[in-house]
Ligand binder design. Structure first.
Ligand code: PLP
Length: 360
């Protein structure tokens, strides 16, 4: 028997709308049947609208790291610059090397953004033909200035840009073609508010041309296999069809809400949580202008016993995050992404306040 459900305020996976869970229970179809291509085609068209791109959009059955690894295997030929400012981007550097690629890490302190200057300095060495960047470092709650970084990238047309938007895509505007991103990757269990196991990625002409020259792409994440199957609104191997039903409905829900309204809701929720954090005497881990729009990472300035707080919240039916990796216990994170509403956050912060009154 499963334990009672805890309402998720952690930065992924996040709460899933009941109608999404219902959509996943629909009867199965075959992925080589016409019915599948219809759904896949509709999803692609909606993703292109959401991502502001006319380029190729692919669906992969894996968590985000599957495609993050796949992108490195397909797109790094000479040497990769991995920009690192937190646990996920640090890991991506590790993954790049594990794939047997030449790579260097350019690190900013945890809590700091990757700046256009850091990127410019690295790429101006001329050593790199590819780069990885995480738009929104979920471990530290930092959103790096993507538009300014992409301005710098324009000066390096031979560099293929690989950008992770796992915890930002759909919550803020990320217009891929305007930014000139070659390969954008995101899983769906965070900002998209879907169950985990499905990832979306894009590949520009430049990215596909690079992939065609790179050996050791493997099969499961071979970008050329994805491109060939894409012509038929299909995937190289059997996709997670139930989750694809969910993605289909979720995209329709995004457009029903309205993209502008969705971005605005995230802006309001981020402000609400930052204000609450400050009002309680905690600090913001990143500098305020780099604070993420989808989660807030707070410093435990009052030295609260976060393990006890987490336990108390758990008993009251709420999942709380007491920090990630090396900043666990020193920080805590509150997610405000996906389908969450300001009133959900108000409910959560009121319960936290109540728990805090009962912790010495
Ligand atoms: C969660 C997360 C990942 C890892 O995703 P998986 O789906 O667990 O593979 C990668 N990047 C960012 C920014 C994340 O938040």
């Amino acid at each position: 028997m499963s334990t009672p459900h805890k309402k998720l305020f952690i930065p992924g996976p996040v709460e899933i709308a009941p109608e999404i869970l219902e959509a996943m229970a629909a009867p199965m179809i075959g992925h080589r049947m016409k019915e599948y291509a219809v759904i896949h085609g509709r999803i692609k068209a909606n993703l292109k609208k959401l991502l502001f791109t006319d380029g190729r959009v692919f669906l992969a059955t894996s968590s985000a790291f599957g495609v993050m690894e796949g992108a490195v295997r397909n797109l790094v030929s000479k040497r990769c610059a991995n920009f690192c400012n937190g646990a996920f981007s640090d890991k991506w550097h590790d993954v790049t090397k594990r794939c047997g690629k030449e790579a260097d890490a350019f690190k900013a302190e945890w809590g700091q953004p990757i700046t256009p200057e850091i990127v410019d300095q690295a790429l101006s060495t001329g050593k790199y033909d590819s780069m990885t960047l995480i738009h929104n470092e979920t471990s530290t709650g930092v959103m790096s200035p993507l538009a300014e970084i992409c301005e710098v990238l324009r000066r390096y047309p031979d560099v293929v840009s690989i950008v992770d938007t796992v915890s930002s895509m759909s919550a803020v505007k990320v217009p891929l073609d305007e930014l000139g991103i070659d390969c954008c990757i995101f899983g769906v269990q965070k900002a998209f508010a879907l169950p985990p196991g499905l990832a979306v990625f894009t590949a520009s002409d430049k990215a596909l041309a690079r992939a065609a020259t790179v050996e050791g792409r493997g099969y499961y994440f071979d970008f050329l296999e994805f491109a060939a199957n894409d012509e038929k609104d299909n995937t190289p191997s059997t996709p997670c069809i139930s989750q694809i039903y969910a993605l289909d409905l979720q995209l329709q829900r995004f457009f029903a809400e309205g993209l502008e309204q969705r971005w605005e809701r995230h802006r309001i929720m981020a402000e609400q949580v930052r204000d609450w954090v400050k009002s309680q005497g905690y600090g913001l881990f990143p500098e305020e202008k780099y604070c993420s729009q989808t989660l807030t990472c707070a410093t435990n300035a009052k030295g609260t016993d976060l393990a006890t707080l987490k336990k108390m919240l758990g008993e009251r039916g709420y999942a709380f995050d007491d920090g990630y990796g090396k900043i666990k216990g020193k920080t805590f994170r509150i997610a405000h992404m996906g389908d969450m509403q300001p009133k959900d956050l108000l409910e959560f912060t009121e319960v936290i306040e109540d728990c805090l009154r009962n912790i010495s």
